[in-house]
Write a protein that binds this ligand. Structure first.
Ligand code: GAP
Length: 543
């Protein structure tokens, strides 16, 4: 990947490039931005469209067993009651009463500070009690020497989830020890970390707030529903409450019968949808990784109740992984995470996430869940409409089971950006070393496929050929015409936005054989190419 100094630097550079070259802007930027919302600029909109189109083509159009759907964003509120979202689509949150900051409890980590061979300074224990780091009774026990000097707990440190959580906790423990003048060896914080959902009632008062660094202000975790509410119609009372959908999946379940009755589908088959989802995330962060308005690409693959769900689940995990490779994500950045059985919802048979190595850590990209027949059964019960499938072969009716691969367009886009971003030292025409920033997007995803560059803008014969080629290419692909600046600078501008190829129309084109110079982004090598060969190249690589 890139050569930037630290993960934070790298993310900052990627964010800066996105703004500079018109990929992604803050939403409502002129009003100071709006946390958790983003706008996609001209290049970002193309990149996003390419992700959607590749997925739709591979998932729906090129398969015989999957059909598409576009359901409404606002659905009957009963949909979300039946699906369990009204009661259970919650995150545990913790408030800091002093700073008024709000944290997701599962992203706020804490650890107990243990000192081995401890020696307290004259005021250490009093200070620990006064600052609320330990309870009074425990302070008295310490003062009276009622502790094991081999290893003693002297309080807590906390840190927000990041790729450095453990290091940060250790640094804070070191500072803690100094601040309270405690001698001895710090026991490294290297075990499984605990988050605030696991904090005991006694511990909460002793855990420092990440905002103030002081204990005593954090509340116990409480549930917060993440669905955005709105009102439908003229009334704004309880009867008009509706929700912006937090996932596209429910559309497929609610329309299951409609598709079966009209779509000439036979098990196993899938229904796929791409669309916006909305979640009032407590801590939107890491740029577009976790936002409040985002786009999902979900597919519900319905299978026979007696089908080998495990095999089907494995096949979909493999399919999703291969698809990510086909759009250029490096295999080295992908890994699988199987959710532990005890953390699964009661109806779930298994969930595996495809994880991606983002600069800020390994994070979920794509979830592939085996959901049994829970969703269809819930809607059948709540609506009173049967959701059964009639199997011609056995003449039996049953509620199909489902495998659900669910992914966010924005998360794929961010993964593609991070994997593609590189800074390199290269030599210019005169042999001077210069820095080039390059986005090595796969041709499938690249917002611009080819840049057409007339060598000189004041040679009508050259410009004429260039313009004709540009118009011809533009019928099929997104291409760019650039006649300003030295050719080397024009190449660099295209490198920075990830254009895989530049074609230069030069004197050889008009005076000799009509061929162009094709310059390849990644190798920077150049070769002569005919128009037919150029079209063949694009047909083959952009699919
Ligand atoms: N129907 C199942 C479902 O929605 P999920 O794991 O909550 O499952 C699926 O979401 C995918 O949607 C995630 O793997 C992620 O790619 C994307 N996603 C979820 N929340 C997101 C957010 N706040 N911002 C961006 N993408 C998000």
């Amino acid at each position: 990947m890139a050569t930037a100094d630290s993960p934070t630097d790298l993310m900052e550079r990627i964010v800066a490039l996105c703004k500079r070259r018109g990929f992604i802007f803050q939403s409502s930027e002129i009003y100071g931005g709006f946390n958790g919302f983003f706008d996609y600029g001209p290049l970002g909109a193309e990149l996003k469209k390419n992700i959607r189109d590749c997925w739709w083509d591979d998932m729906v159009r090129r398969r015989d067993d999957i059909v598409g759907l576009e359901s409404s964003i606002i659905m009957h509120p009963k949909v979300w009651e039946a699906s369990g979202h009204v009661a259970g689509f919650t995150d545990p949150l913790v408030d800091c009463k002093v700073s008024k900051q709000r944290y997701r409890a599962d992203q706020l980590f804490f650890a107990q500070v243990f000192i081995e061979n401890v020696e307290f300074g004259p005021e250490s224990i009093n200070a620990l009690v006064d600052k609320g780091r330990i309870k009074k009774e425990y302070g008295e026990a310490l003062t009276n020497g009622k502790f094991n000097p081999q290893s003693v707990s002297v309080g807590y440190v906390s840190a927000l989830e990041s790729e450095r959580t453990k290091e940060e906790l250790n640094e804070k423990a070191e500072e803690f020890k100094k601040k309270f003048q405690i001698r001895g060896q710090l026991r490294p914080i290297d075990r499984t970390l605990h988050d605030m959902t696991e904090a005991g009632a006694d511990e909460i008062a002793l855990i420092p707030s990440p905002a103030t660094g002081e204990p005593g202000s954090l509340t116990p975790p409480r549930s917060f529903n993440m669905m955005f509410q709105t009102n439908v119609g003229a009334m704004t009372d309880g009867s008009s409450v509706a929700y912006l959908r937090p996932e596209t999946a429910q559309g497929m379940f609610v329309d299951f019968k409609n598709v079966v009755d009209t779509g000439r589908v036979k098990l196993p088959f899938g229904i796929a949808q791409i669309g916006k989802s909305f979640r009032n995330e407590i801590t939107p962060r890491n740029f577009i990784f976790r936002s409040r308005e985002f786009e999902q690409m979900e597919m519900e693959y319905f299978i026979h109740e007696d089908a080998d769900w495990k095999k089907c689940h494995d096949e979909w995990i493999e399919w999703c992984k291969n698809w990510l490779l086909s759009i250029g994500l490096p295999e080295s950045h992908l890994s699988l995470y199987a959710h532990p059985q005890e953390k699964l919802a009661f109806y779930s048979k298994g969930t595996v996430d495809i994880m991606f190595q983002y600069p800020f850590g390994v994070q979920e990209l794509w979830g592939i869940a085996a959901r049994g027949n829970y969703d269809l059964t819930q809607h059948a019960t709540a609506s009173g409409k049967p959701m059964e499938y009639f199997d011609e072969a056995t003449k039996k009716k049953f509620v199909p089971h489902v495998i659900e691969p669910a992914v966010g367009v924005d998360r794929i886009l961010l993964a593609a950006l991070c994997a593609a971003y590189a800074e390199e030292d290269v030599k210019d025409d005169k042999g001077n070393v210069e820095k080039r920033t390059v986005l090595r997007f796969s041709p499938r995803l690249a917002p611009i496929k080819v840049a057409v560059l007339p060598l000189m803008k004041n040679k009508p014969e050259i410009v004429d050929v260039a313009e004709k080629l540009y118009r011809k290419l533009k019928r099929k692909w997104n291409v760019f015409y650039d006649e300003s600046g030295a050719i080397g600078r024009r190449y660099r501008r295209q490198d920075e936005i990830g254009t895989p190829w530049c074609v230069t129309i030069d004197f050889e084109t008009i005076e000799k054989d009509g061929t162009f110079t094709l310059r390849e982004r990644d190798t920077m090598q150049q070769k002569r190419i005919t128009e037919t060969e150029l079209f063949q190249l694009l047909e083959e690589k952009v699919y």
